[in-house]
Write a protein that binds this ligand. Sequence first.
Ligand code: DOR
Ligand code: ZN
Ligand code: ZN
Length: 426
Amino acid sequence: EVYDAKGKYVFPGFIDEHVHSRDPGLTHKEDFTHLTQSAAAGGVTTVIEMPNTVPPVSDEASFYSKVEHLSPKAFVDFALLGMVLGDLNTKKLQAMADAGVVGFKLFWGYYLNPKTLELVYNPSKGDDVLPPPDDGQIFDAFHTIGQTGKAVCIHAENSAVISRMVEIEKNKGKTDYLSFLSSRPSFTEALTIQTGITIANAAGAHLHILHIAAGEGVDLVAEARNKGMKVTGETCPHYLTLTDQDYPRAGVNMKIYPPIREASHQDRLWQGVQQGHIQAIGSDHAPHTEEEKVGDIWNVPAGATGVQTIVPVMLDSVAKGKITLNQLASLLSEAPARIWGLYGKKGVIQPNADADFTIVDMNATMTIRKDDLLSKSQVTPYDGLTMKGAPVASFIRGRQVMSDGKLVGERIGEFVKPVGKSEYKW
Ligand code: DOR
Ligand code: ZN
Ligand code: ZN
C-alpha cells in the first residue's frame, strides 16, 4: 500500500528527550502505556524517560527491572536515563552505562527519601530525608560520568534559595499567580547552571542543561560553548510559546518548574534557539492528576503533560516563521539523538537508521483539546488553542503506528541502547 505524502513533509521520527512516565511507583499520575500512546498519537516515535520513578533507575538491577517493566507497554521506542544520587551510587554509574542507559540525570538540590529513594523537593522540618549531594559529590559523579562518554543532564534551579524566597512571599499573604512567579526569580536558575557548568567542565563531563526558561541560562550556555566546553541546552515548548500573560487563562495548568516567565525571557530563548545556543527541545511531560492540580497555586504540584502536544505546538512555531522545518528536524530529532548517543540509529533518515519518520501536513490546522490527550492526565496549558501544522502519520522501524492522530497497527515500541558516544558539537 502506498502512502500519499504529496504536499507533506517527511521528518526523521521525532524524539521527545524529556518525559516522566511515573512508571513504576506513581502510576496514579501516569503509566508507560498511556505515555507512549500519547506520544504516538502526537507524532513522537522515541521517548527518553527520566529516572525519577519509584524506585528510581539508580543501579544495574533497577535499570534492568525498568527495561523489563516498560517494554511490554511501549507503543513507541524508548531509552532510559540513570539517576545521580551522589555518594549513594557514584560507584554504580559505570555499570549502568555498560548496561545501556543513554546518560544520567541530576535533580539538583532535591532531597531524598532514604527508604523509597523518592525525590523530595522541599521537606518539612523533622522529615526523614537525605540532603542533596554536595558539590564534592557532584564533582565525583560527573568525573565518573565523563569517563563513560555519556552526558549528564540537570534540573537547574537553586531550590535552597527558592524555598526561602517562597516563605517570604507566603508570609506577605500573596496568593496571586504573578507573586508565585516572582518568588522564583530567574537568577535561581542562573546560579545552578553556572555552578553546573563549572563543575562539569572541571570533571570532564558533557553537561546538558534541561528546560532552560530564563534568558540568563541562554547566555551561560552560549558563553560556555564559545569557550569550547562540553555543554548543550534544552528548552521546552511552553517556555517558547507561553508567558506570564497566560496565567489568568491557564492557571495552575501552567504551574511548571522552572516557571513560565515574562516575554523578555521568551525573546532570549527564541534567539538562543535560532542561533544554535540551545540545541534541543523536550516536552518535560510531567503529569499529575487533575485532582492534584486543583487548588492554591502555591501548593499544587508543578508539571503538565506535553508529549502529545510538543510536535503540533512546534509546527505552529514553524508556521509563524520562528524556525525553519530543518531547524525543527534538528531540535526535535537530530540533536537529541546526538546528545544521547543514538544518532545513526535515530535522528536521521538514512539506510542504517531505523526507518522512523513522522509525516507532517503544514496546511492542516488542529485545535488541542484536553479530552483528546491519551495520557492518564489531561492537564495541559494548551486546551482550546489552535495550531497550524499537524503530524499526520508516523512510522517506527518501517511500520505505521499513527494515522491522523489515531493509533494504528500493533504495539511495537522497543527499548533502545545508545549506539555511540554523546556529542555536544556537530
Ligand atoms: O514542573 C516540573 N515537574 N518540573 C520538574 O522539573 C519536575 C516535574 C515533575 O516531575 O513533576
Ligand atoms: Zn526538571
Ligand atoms: Zn522534567
